[in-house]
Ligand binder design. Structure first.
Ligand SMILES: Cc1ncc(COP(=O)(O)O)c(C=O)c1O
Length: 302
């Protein structure tokens, strides 16, 4: 597969397959993996308005939270690096502090982009939404603009308005969009700005993700019904996979020569094939698969 080139607006590419013809559906992929050279996909849309806000507040440092394989950690480090800012990653897993050998390639890449890390134990990491703990961190790092885990906040959600506008320009009458869900910020943003007749279906990459529904609804700020969270396609849990996901990922990559990542976008594609074969989509549906990037993780941690 040739390495992707950065382009904007990103292509909405039609996917041709006898399976789709058989079910009388049209299928497209929104190539947001091509939207930025360093900060791919949904990560860029979630960061872009936060970065403007950070600039307005004259901050010169980004601080955020994540696990050792977090695409958001890599994206935050890259965004700070591009601006000549510093960055701090609060990383789950104190065992990594003195064991550089065990660092993921994602952490090493973030470090190359100037990120410094504070490794915390799992109990401390649970405080990442605790206001008192966050205030104490802010006092220690007064120049830091703090981003939550996964980068999901209200400005991140607002960042998806431009994605929906771009899609509506590229295909006015699309009916469904399938996206990957980690924290649910991306799903909330896409559903918030979509029309009522445009269904946004999020495919949870983690197990038991039902609890995210309330937070997603809160981020959207209104009780819309144009979205669903599908929780049965995680393949065993976050960063786990199963035979269906692996087979469907290989089937898609071979047919369309578009690389997926095993944690997020492979699960969208696998859910999509299964839903299609179960005739879930009415004939005439125009379905968009949202490629949210994540290839950094695949390249960095093969
Ligand atoms: C490639 C990719 N797709 C989708 C997601 C899920 O995004 P969200 O956390 O907004 O649900 C993430 C990150 O979490 C990601 O890295």
């Amino acid at each position: 597969m040739t390495p992707p080139h950065h382009q904007n607006p990103t292509p909405l590419t039609i996917l041709n397959d006898p399976l789709f013809e058989h079910h009388k559906i049209e299928v497209f992929i929104k190539r947001d993996d091509l939207n930025h050279p360093l900060i791919q996909g949904n990560k860029w849309h979630k960061l872009k308005l936060n970065l403007i806000d950070a600039e307005t507040q004259q901050k010169t440092q980004l601080l955020t939270f994540g696990g050792a394989y977090s695409n958001h950690i890599a994206a935050t480090a890259a965004a700070a690096f591009e601006r000549g800012w510093s960055s701090i990653g609060i990383i789950r897993g104190d065992e990594l502090a003195h064991n550089h050998q065990a660092w993921s390639a994602t952490l090493k890449q973030a470090q190359q982009h100037g990120m410094t890390f504070e490794f915390v134990d799992r109990q401390t990491y649970r405080l990442r939404h605790n206001q008192a703990w966050l205030s104490a961190l802010q006092q220690r790092y007064p120049q830091a603009y703090m981003l939550p885990e996964g980068g999901s906040n209200e400005l991140a959600v607002a960042g998806f308005e431009s994605v929906i506008n771009e899609l509506n320009d590229q295909c006015a009458d699309w009916t469904h969009l399938l996206c990957a869900v980690g924290t649910g910020g991306t799903l909330a943003g896409l559903a918030k700005f979509a029309q009522p007749q445009q269904q946004i279906w999020g495919i949870a990459s983690l197990k038991n993700a039902q609890y995210l529904r309330e937070q997603i609804q809160d981020w959207m700020g209104s009780a819309t019904t144009n979205w669903q969270l599908l929780t049965e396609y995680h393949g065993g849990g976050y960063a786990k996979t199963n035979a269906d996901i692996n087979a469907n990922m290989a089937r898609f990559e071979q047919r369309f020569a578009i690389a997926l990542d095993p944690i997020y976008t492979a699960k969208i594609v696998s859910a999509f094939y299964q839903l299609t074969e179960q005739q879930t989509f009415a004939p005439g549906s125009k379905i968009i698969l949202y490629h949210s990037g994540g290839l950094q993780g695949r390249q960095a941690n093969p």
